[in-house]
Design a protein around this ligand. Sequence first.
Ligand code: HEC
Length: 400
Amino acid sequence: MVKRVLIVTLLAALLAVPLALYAQEDNLPELILAARPGYHPEGIDWDAERGVFVTGSLTEGGVFTVADDGTVTPLAEGHEGLSSTGVHVDAERNRVLVAMPDFSAAQNPEAPGAAALGAYDLDTGEELFFVDLSDLDEGRDFGNDVTVDADGNAYLTTSFSGVIYVVDTEGNGEVFLASDDFAVQGFGLNGIDYHPEGNFLLVAVSGAGAIYKIPLDAPEAYTQVELEVPVSIDGMVLYEDGNLYAVASVDGAQAREVVVLGSDDDWASATILSRQETQADLSPTTLAMRDGAAYVVHAKFASIGSDPPVETFEIQRFTFEDLTSAGEPAGAGAEGGMTAAHGEELVNTRCTVCHTRERIDAANKDRAGWEATVDRMISYGAQLTPEEREAVLDYLTGGD
Ligand code: HEC
């Protein structure tokens, strides 16, 4: 898979074509290839005001914006020895909050680790504050994800000890809540988000497959959200539709999926409303919500430090049609119901990643010829399930 990705990347670069695919119905790009060699974004959020994604970087630290054409622009510099993981766009205060760990602590259990938080102006990148919280608690730190409440207080999870830090708008930090329930072997506390109406936090303890609800006015009275099966969440967004969108592994599986959870009892319990497979080899970590679609970022852990570095990083769209029933995960990389989609839409989206539609229209082939071509494109990296390949062939050969 990694090799295939490199080929796609090279071809895309060689052919120098627009890298954003626009879905016909809603004009949202299906795939963005964030082009900054070796930068390995792990956290992402959507800045609706400027129409760009905001990401961190495991290798460089700091903050970057990503435009729909894949252009990556540095917004703010990082701090020596620190990565940047979770990012949270605080539109109301025109700033982005950034969680910062020492990434080497993920591999080295002896390293004390770090948990720092930075806040940056979304227009200028100016650092509004930077605070290192590592010494507030004795445990090992790994600053992972961040969210903000109605008053602008930021909450930072740290993964190797059961601690959540809070930082006010001036940059003063303290321990918000520490609990053995949150402290598990390996990565514990992970994704976090805030529920504005309920004034509570939802926080994932990924190592335990658990989600906790923490009321801000009585944090010690936190409760575990009742789930049918364990859901190990990495990154997550509590969206304006009231559902929780997450990149997660379900029921102890290795695979990572985009999972949507809903609750009808104010997060005393939750059920899975949707599951879609992701490209697990590319290390999907978290997602940003943009106009109802989820955009998943891929950190590509396996190729951190590779020579040559990975050229681009996929930010892939997932859409959701029916959020009332839970099922088995839909096909890899596909949108819900995509398999039934028309061949024409598939050609317009999946076949125009590396070259334009004209190139396809210029060709005149019989079915065998198209089969050979489409299979060659798949070997280059075109993303089609067997059913989608059939739909594309039917369309290209004039049938349907
Ligand atoms: C991963 C990048 C990539 C994707 C995705 C892709 N192509 Fe291509 N395509 C190429 C490259 C590179 C060439 C030129 C080299 C070649 O023809 O083998 C090409 C050439 C072509 C050609 C002209 C050559 C010929 O055999 O007539 C056609 C037609 C074509 N592609 C159709 C498609 C169709 C249909 C799809 C979707 C199923 C698709 N491509 C998806 C990379 C891609």
